[in-house]
Design a protein around this ligand. Structure first.
Ligand code: C2E
Ligand code: MG
Ligand code: MG
Ligand code: MG
Length: 293
């Protein structure tokens, strides 16, 4: 009897594995066609200067509108894209689209310090031949100044191939592009890489920010903010969801923040409305900003 039950369980297990594998395969097939079928879209989440409550830039976040399954989260399809190498064409589409859009917004909303866009970078892109000329080409064709572009990389992407990555990061920096460490504090890396890599920004991971009601997490966020300042970098807090968190971050002199408290990631046309509303009054005088808190 035990044997029979074992066999039944085995069959359920393999059937399950089989459907997982074919679901994965289907996702790959669909992902392969998604660019040409124009199923990708960028959403933008505004990044706020905490002291003035001004929108200073955005993070570009990829969205996939699957024809049958609807919206699929990047958390689900980015890993598949990375395994299959499809991340490369997808990433180029993202960079091109983000730069094109920002260039338009900079013309529509000319500010003393121009708006920036922060784009997520995959570790796979570092080993791509012609990486630097391709970035230059996109900046050139979209007319975007390199100073307006920031690339977000994770600690694990840096540590994957530290020496080669360091060289690539220096080349990217030499173009005038800024570099940020995404999800800072969650990777298995040592702090020693921070002075070996030309990093400008630390993005404090949402897991710490959302749990600042605990003393330990508040101290961690404070420490990362001070660390960034002591190293001449700036800090961006991710995942700010409450007014209290925004106030706490401001009190610890964290420069920038993004999160649902300010705005969820929104599509380009919604962002255009938000910017129009935000900057209808003088951007030079933050006290007149409609969103000033
Ligand atoms: P990430 O780069 O750390 O992006 C921040 C994520 O946190 C986004 O999820 C954003 O929607 C979410 N978020 C922002 N504020 C809040 C908040 O207040 N509360 C909560 N609960 N969540 C918040 P999203 O858009 O689902 O993206 C997930 C991840 O997928 C990104 O994490 C990034 O690692 C990756 N990703 C997204 N777009 C791209 C892309 O174009 N290229 C690459 N390589 N990765 C991307
Ligand atoms: Mg990011
Ligand atoms: Mg992040
Ligand atoms: Mg994250």
């Amino acid at each position: 009897r035990a044997k029979a039950l074992g066999k039944a369980q085995w069959e359920v297990f393999t059937a399950d594995m089989h459907s997982n594998a074919s679901a994965q395969l289907q996702l790959e097939v669909d992902l392969r066609r998604a660019i040409e079928r124009q199923e990708f879209q960028l959403h933008y989440q505004p990044i706020f200067h905490l002291e003035t409550a001004a929108i200073v830039g955005f993070e570009a976040l990829l969205r996939w509108h699957h024809p049958l399954r609807g919206l699929i989260s990047p958390v689900e399809f980015i890993p598949v894209a990375e395994e299959t190498g499809l991340i490369l064409p997808i990433s180029w589409w993202v960079l091109q689209e983000a730069c094109r859009q920002l260039s338009r917004w900079q013309t529509q909303f000319p500010l003393e310090v121009p708006l920036f866009v922060s784009v997520n970078f995959s570790s796979k892109q570092f080993s791509e031949v012609g990486l630097i000329p391709q970035i230059e080409d996109i900046l050139h064709t979209t007319g975007l100044a390199p100073q307006s572009l920031k690339l977000e990389i994770t600690e694990s992407a840096i540590m994957e191939n530290a020496e080669a990555t360091a060289a690539k990061l220096l080349e990217i920096k030499a173009l005038g592009i800024q570099l940020g460490i995404d999800d800072f504090g969650t990777g298995y890396s040592s702090l020693s890489y921070l002075h070996r890599f030309p990093v400008d920004i630390l993005k404090v991971d949402r897991s710490f920010v959302s749990a600042m009601d605990s003393h330990e997490n508040l101290q961690i966020v404070h420490t990362i903010t001070m660390l960034s300042q002591n190293l001449g970098m700036r800090a961006v807090a991710e995942g700010v969801e409450t007014a209290e968190q925004a106030a706490q971050l401001r009190a610890m002199n964290c420069q920038y923040a993004q999160g649902y408290f300010f705005s969820k990631p929104i599509d380009a046309s919604s962002m255009e409305h938000l910017l129009a509303h935000h900057y209808q009054s003088s951007p030079e005088d933050p006290s007149t900003l409609p969103l000033a808190r």
